[in-house]
Design a protein around this ligand. Structure first.
Ligand code: MF3
Ligand code: CO
Ligand code: CO
Length: 257
């Protein structure tokens, strides 16, 4: 893979703006995520919001992907394709993943939503996936190893008897959709490159109830499901390494900064 790009102040400002818009999509859509809504409608709402804000969705046409978002329900790990035929029902958990391009800069974020009352096991995996992301973010500071993100995520998930998806990873982002480095969500302690101010990348752990392995649907070439049909959950933020730690660029609710 190519070198990790250290972003300039100007580039950081652009990535910050794009990331903020991606984060705002996830807030905007919340009121529409309810029983009876279809995922095609949720996708179209987000696409409209992105375009109304002068940006474009990065996923449309990306390696042939057809939609502005990925919406992944229940046992779908990632890359679920929204559809007007897919209707939300009580008890569903879903991830909505949005990547924006604003003035040429990329921002990428996703979170889980629930539909009505969800089961205890669904609640538990969602909470665990969120905590995995938070633990990963806490490792972001200059001088630390990138691998320590995956190390703490893997250790925590394992302690809760969950598995960590290794077939899909986080990634550098900003000037391109997927840049170096690859951000593994399960890794050895003190492995990989050393973090430096100006790096921007995603952390996006996918946590499974059962086995870690996934299978992509033959019918569409995208939808990745758990191979055992058990639940999966994911949260994603775009992170900047700052001189004294991190800035969560896609955090628009002020949870981290
Ligand atoms: N947003 C996803 C990520 O976090 C990538 C989606 S690529 C697509 O990296 F083609 F499936 F949309
Ligand atoms: Co991503
Ligand atoms: Co994403």
């Amino acid at each position: 893979m190519s070198e990790i790009i250290i972003k300039s102040q100007e580039q950081i400002a652009g990535i910050r703006q794009s990331s903020k818009l991606a984060g705002q999509c996830l807030v905007m859509i919340e009121e529409f995520v309810k029983e009876g809504a279809n995922t095609g409608f949720l996708n179209d709402k987000i696409e409209e919001f992105i375009r109304d804000n002068g940006a474009i969705p990065a996923t449309v046409g990306y390696n042939g992907y057809p939609k502005a978002t990925c919406i992944s329900l229940n046992e779908v790990v990632c890359h679920g394709i929204p559809s007007s035929k897919q209707v939300l029902k009580e008890g569903d958990i879903l991830n909505i993943d949005v990547t924006t391009i604003l003035n040429g800069y990329f921002g990428d974020t996703s979170r889980m939503y629930s539909v009505g009352q969800i089961s205890g096991k669904a609640e538990r995996i969602v909470k665990t996936a969120k905590h995995c992301l938070d633990l990963g973010i806490q490792q972001v500071k200059p001088g630390n190893y990138l691998g320590n993100i995956g190390f703490v995520i893997g250790r925590y998930a394992k302690s809760k008897k969950y598995s960590v998806v290794y077939e899909f990873c986080g990634h550098g982002i900003g000037l391109e959709f997927h840049e170096a480095p690859q951000v593994d969500h399960i890794a050895r302690k003190n492995s990989g490159p050393i973090l430096q101010p100006g790096m921007t990348f995603t952390i996006e752990p996918m946590i499974n109830e059962g086995r870690a392995s996934t299978r992509v649907d033959k019918s569409d070439g995208w939808t990745a499901r758990t191979s055992d049909g058990k639940l999966s959950a994911q949260f994603e933020h775009t992170i900047l390494v700052t001189p004294d730690g991190y800035e969560v660029l896609t955090d628009v609710i002020g949870e981290y900064n």
